[in-house]
Design a protein around this ligand. Structure first.
Ligand SMILES: [Fe+2]
Length: 287
């Protein structure tokens, strides 16, 4: 894998300009300010496994929006505009649309209107899979009404000139019923599989599968980069593996892994050491 990275400088908003005028004794407001920012991280992902038939495909990733009292409808609308301006071929929504499963239904009933040239695919996070269980179907229905294809223990397959790629996602690792064997079977014939489960804690389970890994690239959210992190370590990790999958790029068991800081915040509207972010990957075939 080769990565070329360019991060778009974010524009300082009204809140930022106001804060610049505040006395230096007000740094405690900085975590509130940071939680309201958003970076677009643009990178080139190159792999010799990526089929040349799909060279240049653009994949956007947006996770952990957490719509609700901490992130209101106006920010959802501006987020969708920002994502749509990327003109991605595939948009992957990484889950945790609200603070609970009712919130996820409400989020999609807002019709945020995420757009992609080929497909917008939606994963399910731990906050989306809170009870009642029947809400999973309600969320899926609301997704479809907004043009999003739900991917719950399923794979979206794309074929070109005899080559196939797959975008697969499992049910949530904490609150759902992931079916990795089903995913492995669905992706068996794919030349390259992008696995986008919400929680990276599921990845060690895939490493134990007798048939080996069924994907080459995993893209996850959930950790919020720690949400409040000091010196690259989460003050309170949401992962059973602590900081193993905190944020950024990793490589394990022959697969590449990208963990996003996500967009929103959970619990308190604060961030430190973990800037909110969305991603745009340009997929290239390594010569
Ligand atoms: Fe989250």
């Amino acid at each position: 894998m080769n990565l070329k990275r360019k991060k778009k400088a974010h524009q300082v908003g009204l809140l930022g300009r106001l804060m610049a005028k505040l006395p230096s004794s007000w740094p405690l407001l900085y975590p509130l300010y940071l939680a309201a920012q958003l970076d677009t991280v643009e990178e080139t992902y190159a792999s010799d496994r990526w089929p040349k038939e799909f060279d240049g495909l653009k994949v956007a990733y947006v996770s952990d929006i957490h719509y609700g009292s901490l992130l209101r409808e106006d920010r959802v609308r501006s987020l969708a505009e920002r994502v749509n301006a990327l003109q991605a071929d595939i948009v992957l929504l990484g889950g945790d649309y609200g603070e609970h499963s009712d919130g996820a239904v409400t989020f999609f009933l807002l019709k945020p209107g995420f757009k992609a040239k080929i497909a917008v695919l939606g994963a399910f996070g731990n906050h989306d899979r809170t009870l009642p269980e029947k809400n999973a179907e309600k969320i899926a229905q609301a997704m479809r009404q907004d043009g999003v294809i739900p991917v719950l223990n399923d794979a979206y397959l794309l074929s070109r000139n005899g080559k196939q790629i797959a975008f697969a996602s499992a049910d949530d690792f904490f609150n759902g019923k992931p079916n990795l064997e089903k995913l492995a079977a669905l992706c068996e014939k794919a030349d390259f599989t992008v696995f986008f489960p919400h929680n990276p804690d599921i990845l060690p389970e895939t490493q134990k599968m007798p048939g080996g890994l069924f994907y080459q690239l995993a893209i996850c959210g959930h950790t919020h980069g720690g949400q409040v992190a000091v010196c690259g370590k989460a003050v309170k990790s949401s992962s059973i593996y602590g900081n193993r999958f905190l944020s950024g790029w990793f490589r394990e068991a022959g697969a590449d892994i990208l963990v996003s800081n996500g967009v929103g915040a959970s619990g308190l509207p604060v961030r430190l050491g973990a800037r909110p972010q969305i991603h745009l990957l340009t997929m290239k075939t390594k010569a």
